[in-house]
Design a binder for this molecule. Structure first.
Ligand code: T3D
Length: 263
């Protein structure tokens, strides 16, 4: 498939998906969703990919649904947004969560509406200082989707989640990091280099180990402590039988960097 609204590159164990409609702040169209689905399927199938980066071109990361991609107007025939969510946003969130490798969102500018929540669906979110986050849904009479009502209370607590969702205020990347909405806010000048370093580090780590961390962290959201302890035991048992653990321990004892085998 030829991509027009995203860029897709792989190399050094890293897949990079870049949303590429800068004149529309990389807002989602049906075409962009199709291209994203195709690229994510390629990532899932390519065992050489050990970490995925999602970012955007220009001054925005993503402004959510492109509000001009369909005809919405008073008096016009209503649009079935549930169909759009089932077809596009729900599978996108679940795919990002289920990929057995770390998914990093590098938020290079404003992230609004579903753009903000797709970022939150990634395992790690790093934003440049000039970036911002807006739960824009309330401004157009909608509910935060793409997992917003699930991610927000878990990340920042009910009080802040409710305020963000009901006022739709823009919060800075610094504030997002202070509140624990994202992992890190980085000075604009250091952003690209920081993201590159981070991606290389993840791509050279034990991919099976990171996939197990991802699985356990996400499972904890619905598990009781006893279930979580069982899951940790099962994952640890499995990893303990694997080559990466042997290599990690050998490298430690031999005082050298480990060479992990990948997916
Ligand atoms: O619909 C479904 O399928 C259900 C799912 C819904 C999920 C959703 O995401 S709903 C929420 C949709 N998003 C929004 O409501 C955000 C709309 N955008 C904004 O509020 C602002 O653009 C921002 C606050 C994000 C940024 O403001 P600013 O001043 O930095 O930029 P701007 O001038 O508003 O935007 C630049 C251009 O991008 C502008 O076009 P122009 O005037 O230069 O021709 C603007 O219209 C366009 N743009 C920005 N966001 C969208 C958009 N065009 C279409 N759809 C957008 N979402």
């Amino acid at each position: 498939m030829n991509y027009e609204q995203i860029r897709f590159e792989t190399g050094e164990g890293i897949a990079r998906i870049t949303l590429n409609r800068p004149d529309r702040l990389n807002s989602f169209t049906a075409q962009m969703h199709g291209e994203l689905r195709d690229a994510l399927a390629r990532v899932a199938a390519d065992t050489g990919v050990r970490a995925l980066l999602l970012t955007g071109v220009g001054r925005g990361f993503c402004a959510g649904q492109d509000l001009a991609d369909r005809a919405v107007a008073p008096g016009a025939a209503p649009v079935d947004l549930g169909e759009s969510i089932d077809r596009h946003y729900r599978p996108l969130v679940l795919t990002l969560r289920q990929l057995p490798l770390p998914v990093v969102c590098a938020v290079n500018g404003v992230a609004a509406g579903a753009g903000a929540n797709i970022a939150l669906a990634c395992d790690l979110v790093v934003a440049c200082k000039s970036a911002s986050f807006i739960q824009a849904f309330c401004r157009i009479g909608l509910v935060p989707d793409s997992g917003g009502t699930w991610f927000l209370p878990r990340l920042v607590g009910n009080a802040r989640a409710m305020g963000l969702a009901m006022f739709g205020d823009r919060i800075s990347a610094e504030q997002a990091a202070d509140w624990g909405l994202i992992w890190k806010c980085v000075e604009d000048a250091a952003f690209a280099a920081t993201v590159d370093t981070l991606m290389l580090q993840l791509a050279q780590a034990s991919t099976r180990g990171l996939a197990a961390i991802k699985r356990a962290m996400h499972a904890s959201e619905g598990n009781a402590l006893a279930q979580q302890l069982d899951l940790e035991r099962d994952l640890q048992r499995d990893l303990g039988f694997g080559a990466d653990y042997q290599e990690g321990v050998a490298a430690f004892l031999e005082k050298r960097p480990p060479r992990f085998s990948g997916r």
